[in-house]
Design a protein. Structure first.
Length: 307
């Protein structure tokens, strides 16, 4: 709720001062859906719970790639005819591969596998490059769908929404991080597993709601773009900021999640390329259901096999 208030308030102010809807969509809305992950990871890093931080990002990205894209495609087939949609999927894959190389350095650095402050700085630079590409190098910009356009709110209420949103994110992040420790203790599982599942599901709600709304309005580019774009922000921005606060140790067991994320991205690309029963590049309802089944299989593996 805090993220929604912040997005609504900031979007309204941007519209009032003549900021284009495209600019608002690429910055405020895209960043806004990643705010829960960012806030929770900042709290987790400050408190030294870095296992929760890395688990939250990997778990959220798996949810985005399998569950959210799957649900959106089940509601309405996702057209992938535009070049920009496919390019963003490749960007998401590249972000995941960058993370894999950082935590499994091939150049033989003599240190524990971790995301250092230097890595964090590099990730921040990369998100800057991605934003620059999105604005200036990706060709003719697409219009914001009507259902995602910012609401016009009076200036004083917009400011109040921003303040309330920031306060809500602060308190929510603090409570969730504190509660994660209790959940792990009560259920007898690691904080990494809590981050991969329960916390990741909670922080992915903005992406889920936004993508479902877009799919119901048949704005399929926004539906998949929101989920995949969030993956890029989560790795480059959220992990980057978290690592600048405190280096993030990486358990080798989490390479499984990275491989699952890479596999999920390739699966989406394969569905886009397959022409079986389709007249154009798209993710069909059946393929959306298969993505949901794949996520259910991952949850079964996490709780009953891995744990």
């Amino acid at each position: 709720m805090g993220a929604k208030w912040l997005i609504d308030g900031a979007s309204s102010i941007g519209t009032r001062f003549g900021v284009s809807q495209l600019l608002i969509g690429l910055t405020i809305v895209a960043l806004g859906t990643s705010l829960p992950e960012l806030v929770i990871n900042v709290f987790a890093s400050v408190q030294g719970r870095t296992d929760l931080a890395i688990g939250n990002v990997l778990g959220s990205n798996i949810i985005n790639s399998l569950l959210i894209v799957g649900v959106a495609a089940t509601i309405y087939p996702i057209s992938m005819a535009g070049r920009k949609s496919t390019v963003n999927i490749w960007f998401s894959l590249a972000a995941t591969l960058v993370l894999f190389i950082m935590v499994n350095p091939p150049w033989g650095r003599e240190r524990e596998h971790s995301i250092t402050w230097y890595d964090g700085l590099m990730l921040i630079v990369l998100i800057g490059g991605f934003i620059y590409y999105s604005f200036f190098k990706s060709g003719t910009p697409e219009k914001m769908p009507a259902g995602i356009r910012p609401k016009k709110i009076k200036l004083k209420w917009s400011v109040l929404l921003i303040v309330a949103g920031i306060a809500g994110l602060y308190l929510g992040g603090k409570w969730i991080v504190a509660g994660a420790g209790r959940i792990a203790t009560d259920m007898g599982i690691s904080q990494t597993t809590v981050g991969l599942t329960i916390i990741a599901a909670a922080t992915s709600l903005p992406e889920l709601v936004t993508s479902v709304m877009a799919a119901m309005k048949k704005n399929t580019d926004m539906a998949v773009g929101n989920a995949i774009g969030s993956n890029i922000f989560n790795i480059f921005l959220v992990l980057g900021v978290s690592a600048l606060i405190k280096p993030i140790p990486f358990e080798n067991a989490l390479n499984t999640e990275i491989f699952i994320l890479i596999g999920a991205t390739f699966l989406i690309l394969a569905f886009v390329k397959l022409d079986i029963g389709k007249t154009k590049k798209a993710i069909s309802r059946l393929e959306g259901m298969l993505l949901i089944v794949a996520y259910a299989g991952y949850m079964f593996y996490t709780f009953f096999v891995k744990s």
